[in-house]
Design a protein around this ligand. Structure first.
Ligand code: GLY
Length: 565
């Protein structure tokens, strides 16, 4: 059977402590119900367990983040990083908690180039040099201590249980292992957990991670020091160095979470709040939506509207390539890039009858497959929200584990520009702004996002490498322009243009034949992919009926669609 045939709708939901606001209030002050959308039912259950124990959305986010690190080990983990976009209902405070990995202190600009100055992809993806200093454990501790109500131990309890007692091996986990098998066999610690006897585990067999459970317990006992100092840190550094990497104990001890202002933009009657640098997501989204705000897409034909969305994506992703990097290291012209007048200038260069070849845009002068990353969305009964995207980069990161820790290491260093203009693993090109420097954060596409409008609120995000931003964009357009429900948002067929390579990748069924023909006639190069992509997780709170809904992408292969009020 094809793996995609095994996909089941994932979603989740629930909780009902009180039936919210009275009918006379408008908009309602609180939903009175909670919803979680995550790609794995056990992760969703972890979040619900914590909400039912009196936790808020932030405690639930800690529980879901950590649970995903255990039950979706190919997508994210303690050895990786993430962004958590928060909305605190009581004072409407909004912030992005930046737990992105950093380059080690001994990292340098040319570390992934050979003697001829050419990038060596194996080094930036499959070696100990590929691993950035993890941010996810610090993110969990920060979220819990700054925003949660419950002790960290309560929020991490479900993840520890899953690691100790195990969970059933499922198709996507096996697919990733097939892909990563050879690399993982070079790491005895990783192979012991994921490739018993050197073989793939049986579908449905129980996968236990006792070392990972122990590391989680240390974090409960010691906070950040449980990971960034002491025996766990020593084991991590020893393994990285033994494998030719450059981590030091100082790198780990020096890791810091950064709180950043989200990027805020308007599109029609909606206020969009999205991840800020070092994620490129919010900035690209702002440019693209500012361009599109000058049109009335809903009044246009499908071919005109699609053409304009593609042209706007092309320009937004071009700016990503040219200007974006870690704002603590490079001056990014943020105000300009997110300003409606800048977008008006870009809009003026768009012709309705022709695609502009990307090479005609001033810039630098390349399809993503199989990024693993993961996303979940939460709203609690009080209206607190979390959208979080977290990652190890590619399947199981670099596939290497430090013995005794249960921690798989990331290969996030590949998100830096090894050489300006040379594409990374997602065929994304970046420039000087994203060159490697010690302690710098690599540019990301992870885009947790809120949509706030008179209709209510949506929290959304997805894995998908460079396509994350275009998937979130299509989600925003579906909700704001078409009034889509959470379910309709995740089901919508997708298309994507990222400036280079200069082509429109689209899922089978995204365009009817007439639209495809009209786009080709305007000069677009179309590349159909029969492989669905993404795993969008959406929760919504609609004010008219004061209901929350949650929907998981049908492209995911796990989960159950359940809602309770
Ligand atoms: N590693 C994928 C991203 O951060 O965009």
């Amino acid at each position: 059977m094809q793996l995609r045939d095994l996909r089941v709708v994932a979603l989740l939901a629930l909780l009902c402590l009180a039936v919210g606001a009275s009918a006379s209030e408008s908009p309602p002050k609180r939903p009175g119900q909670a919803a979680i959308a995550s790609p794995h039912p056990l992760a969703t259950r972890a979040g619900m367990e914590v909400l039912q124990a009196g936790g808020n959305a932030f405690d639930a986010a800690v529980a879901v983040s950590a649970a995903l690190a255990v039950v979706e080990p190919y997508g994210s983990g303690l050895g990786g990083g993430g962004f958590w976009l928060l909305h605190r209902a009581e004072d409407r405070y909004q912030v992005m908690v930046d737990g992105r990995e950093t380059a080690p202190g001994a990292a340098h600009r040319d570390m992934f180039l050979d003697d001829d100055g050419q990038p060596v992809p194996d080094l930036s993806r499959n070696s100990m040099l590929a691993a950035g200093i993890p941010g996810l454990p610090a993110g969990l501790v920060h979220l819990s201590s700054q925003y949660g109500r419950l002790p960290l131990g309560s929020a991490l309890a479900p993840a520890i249980r899953y690691a100790e007692e195990g969970f059933e091996v499922y198709p996507r986990l096996l697919m990733g292992l097939e892909f990563k098998r050879e690399q993982m066999l070079t790491s005895p610690a990783a192979a012991e957990v994921f490739l018993p006897g050197g073989e793939l585990p049986e579908l449905g067999s129980v996968l236990r991670q006792p070392d990972l459970a122990r590391t989680l317990r240390r974090i409960v006992e010691r906070g950040v020091e449980g990971f960034y100092a002491g025996p766990v840190a020593e084991a991590l550094v020893a393994a990285v160095q033994a494998g030719g990497g450059i981590w030091t104990l100082e790198d780990l001890a020096g890791y810091r979470i950064v709180e950043r202002e989200p990027v805020i933009m308007r599109y029609r009657d909606a206020r969009i709040v999205a991840a800020s640098l070092p994620s490129s997501g919010g900035v690209v989204l702002a440019t693209v939506l500012n361009i599109l705000d000058g049109y009335d897409l809903s009044s246009l034909s499908a071919e005109d509207a699609t053409h304009l969305v593609i042209e706007a994506m092309r320009r937004g992703y071009r700016d990503r390539a040219l200007y974006l990097g870690d704002p603590d290291f490079v001056d990014v012209p943020l105000e300009k890039l997110t300003h409606p007048l800048y977008a008006a200038g870009l809009r003026a260069g768009i012709r309705l009858d022709r695609a502009l070849p990307s090479e005609y845009l001033p810039g630098i002068g390349s399809e993503p497959e199989g990024t693993q990353t993961t996303h979940f969305s939460i709203i609690d009964a009080d209206g607190n929200r979390v959208g979080a995207t977290q990652t190890l980069n590619f399947w199981y990161g670099n596939g290497l584990m430090a013995a005794g820790t249960g921690v798989l290491l990331n290969n996030e260093m590949d998100d830096f520009s090894a050489k300006p203009g040379v594409p990374d693993g997602f065929q994304l090109v970046t420039a000087q702004a994203n060159m490697i420097e010690p302690h710098k954060r690599m540019l990301s596409s992870m885009t947790p996002t809120f949509i706030e409008s008179p209709r209510g609120v949506a929290v959304l995000g997805t894995p998908g490498g460079s396509r994350i931003i275009s998937m979130v964009l299509l989600g925003v357009l579906a909700r704001v322009d078409e009034g889509a429900s959470a379910r309709q948002m995740v089901e919508r067929r997708r298309f994507h243009h990222q400036y280079l390579p200069d082509r429109v990748v689209y899922e089978t069924g995204a365009f009817d034949e007439a639209t495809a023909e009209a786009l080709r006639a305007r000069g677009h190069v179309l590349a159909e992919t029969s492989r669905d992509y993404g795993n969008l997780q959406v929760v919504t709170w609609d004010h008219a009926d004061n209901r929350v809904q949650a929907a998981s992408d049908p492209r995911g292969d796990l989960g159950e669609a359940t809602e309770a009020y």
